[in-house]
Design a protein around this ligand. Structure first.
Ligand code: SF4
Ligand code: SF4
Length: 247
């Protein structure tokens, strides 16, 4: 017992001081994209053709973050002359059209639905539904419960039953087999309920776009309140989104 206490004392507090202090991510992390509107047309066209997600509109020079899997191909091809990815992990949006970006992303807190903040205050219970995800989005949500992120200190918890939840957090491309279970979970969640879409698969079908077996966008089935892009979204992106949408 003394050894346990000694270890705890020696290790100290491992919990991040975010949001009071910023968190520095690894240099290879790709966050908010920045687009040079003056990029040469041939470079823009080469990026659009190479994008595996058809996420680049060469005419408008925009990226659809709902489709983007942040693979970095466009940054590599353009050698920074068209698209570069920043370390900014605050890329979640409350309106789907805000996923189409030239680099600036509206302040999430300013677009969050006021009634959610008032209703849920500092106690928010969420049910996670993996609708055929690859487990990476799910793992990066699970990690929010670990000591470094400690989501519970903000009054936000994941619960086992939708009947105990204020909303659902959906991951995965919503396969044909998971669609009914997802809709039943939504119906079992008491109103008012919040719907959060996490990851490229849930936002647009992600790498599975075009398949008859999936749904291309949770918003085609349910009213989505919060869109969190990424493949998977970094845990800091998820945390930033939850804190800013409900603060
Ligand atoms: S980073 Fe996104 S926009 Fe760029 S090539 Fe990959 S999927 Fe396409
Ligand atoms: S968005 Fe990417 S990480 Fe998340 S479930 Fe789909 S393939 Fe996996």
């Amino acid at each position: 017992m003394l050894n346990v206490l000694k270890n705890r004392f020696e290790q100290g507090c491992k919990t991040s001081r975010y949001p009071k202090e910023t968190v520095q991510l690894l240099p290879r992390y790709r966050g908010r994209p920045v687009i040079d509107q003056n990029a040469p047309a041939d470079v823009v066209s080469a990026c659009a053709q190479a994008c595996p997600q058809a996420a680049i509109d060469p005419a408008a020079k925009t990226i659809d973050m709902g489709r983007c899997v942040f693979c970095g191909t466009c940054e590599r091809i353009s050698k920074g002359r068209f698209i570069t990815f920043t370390q900014d992990f605050g890329i979640a949006v409350a309106e789907k059209e805000h996923l189409l970006t030239t680099g600036s992303i509206p302040d999430l807190a300013a677009h969050a639905r006021g009634h959610f903040k008032k209703l849920f205050g500092r106690s928010l219970q969420l049910r996670q539904v993996s609708a055929a995800g690859c487990n990476a989005c799910e793992a990066d949500l699970n990690v929010l419960a670990t000591p470094f992120f400690d989501l519970a200190r903000f009054g936000i918890n994941f619960v086992a039953s939708p009947r105990h939840a204020d909303g659902i957090v959906v991951t995965g491309p919503i396969s044909r087999n998971m669609k009914t279970a997802l809709l039943q979970t939504y119906e079992a969640t008491p109103q008012p309920r919040v719907v959060i879409a996490v990851g490229s698969c849930t936002l647009s079908g992600g790498p599975f776009r075009g398949s008859d077996e999936i749904t291309e966008g949770l918003d085609t089935l349910l009213p989505v309140d919060l869109f969190i892009p990424g493949c998977p979204p970094h845990p800091m992106t998820n945390l930033h989104a939850l804190l800013n949408f409900f603060k």
